[in-house]
Design a protein around this ligand. Structure first.
Ligand SMILES: Nc1ncnc2c1ncn2[C@@H]1O[C@H](COP(=O)(O)OP(=O)(O)OP(=O)(O)O)[C@@H](O)[C@H]1O
Length: 263
């Protein structure tokens, strides 16, 4: 049971603890009137521990906004976002930063690597930001990530000396290095060839299956979504469907229908 005195905390239910819950989430950009954009219009979503969720939807349907609100990188206009039992949209900036550093790994669409740091120092940055050195066991985990991502020969390079796909893999190693409870990835295979993309999806699957990490991934690729436990479909700021066990072909069909509806 929740006992931290947080008035916004929800009681725990069921055997599988929710890693995160989203309730009535709305996000408006711009002032009310002609210029306003409702990026999210009342989204409810639970993600459980060790679950791998893919998020799909047409361009502009609100996928990145959903990830940013879930990670505490953007503040909702209305609704609540719980990470564990903490309602993060009401946390102050300091608490939010600490929670993000300790509990959430984020792979940005634009990678967001630090240009003056080597690939290796970028990967170790979350430890440094948390004011600690990785343990020997954590360093071994980082080394294994680096090897699986094929980055061994590139660790001394700065981001501008790396290809887009290599930068993306550095960003993925950085998000997974500290084994955060929640890994949020915005198109993590978008710049990768099929082979590297497959390895990244395997890494995410393993993180969920063996370390119990919760993965939420936006993708436009039905083959990537097929690897997840379930796919959440967004359209015009709303969840229209949550499906498990769909093949890539079935996912494509849902997407084609949604894109048809947008045109
Ligand atoms: N900072 C912002 N200011 C104004 N409008 C924004 C802002 N960020 C997003 N939007 C708008 O909100 C809507 C949802 O954007 P979002 O980036 O979440 O969509 P998306 O589904 O991730 O799109 P894509 O697949 O193209 O990345 C879009 O209409 C977008 O133009």
């Amino acid at each position: 049971m929740v006992s931290n005195g947080n008035p916004h905390a929800l009681p725990e239910t069921g055997a599988v603890p929710a890693a995160a819950r989203i309730r009535g989430l709305a996000r408006r950009y711009g002032r009310p009137g002609a210029a306003e954009v409702m990026a999210l219009r009342g989204v409810d979503l639970d993600v459980t521990r060790g679950e791998f969720t893919a998020v799909m939807g047409p361009s502009g349907s609100g996928k990145s906004t959903l990830l940013h609100c879930l990670a505490g990188l953007d503040r909702p206009t209305a609704g609540e976002v719980y990470v564990g039992d903490r309602e993060i949209s009401r946390l102050g900036d300091g608490d939010l930063t600490t929670l993000r550093r300790r509990e959430i790994g984020f792979v940005f669409q634009a990678f967001n690597l630090i240009p003056t740091l080597s690939a290796y120092d970028n990967i170790l940055l979350p430890f440094r930001l948390d004011g600690r050195r990785p343990t020997a066991e954590e360093l071994a985990h980082v080394t294994s990530l680096v090897e699986r991502l094929g980055l061994g020969q590139r660790l001394d390079h700065r981001p501008h000396e790396l290809s887009g796909g290599q930068q993306q893999r550095v960003a993925i190693a950085r998000a997974l290095g500290t084994r955060p409870r929640i890994v949020i990835a915005d198109e993590p295979t978008g710049n990768l060839d099929r082979r590297s993309g497959t390895e990244v999806l395997r890494l995410l699957r393993d993180a969920a299956a063996t370390a119990g990490q919760t993965i939420v991934m936006v993708t436009h690729d039905p083959l990537a979504a097929e690897v997840a436990d379930r796919t959440v479909f967004l359209e015009d700021g709303r969840i229209t469907r949550v499906a498990r066990g769909l093949s890539a072909r079935e996912i494509s069909e849902v997407m084609l229908e949604a894109e048809g509806a947008v045109q």
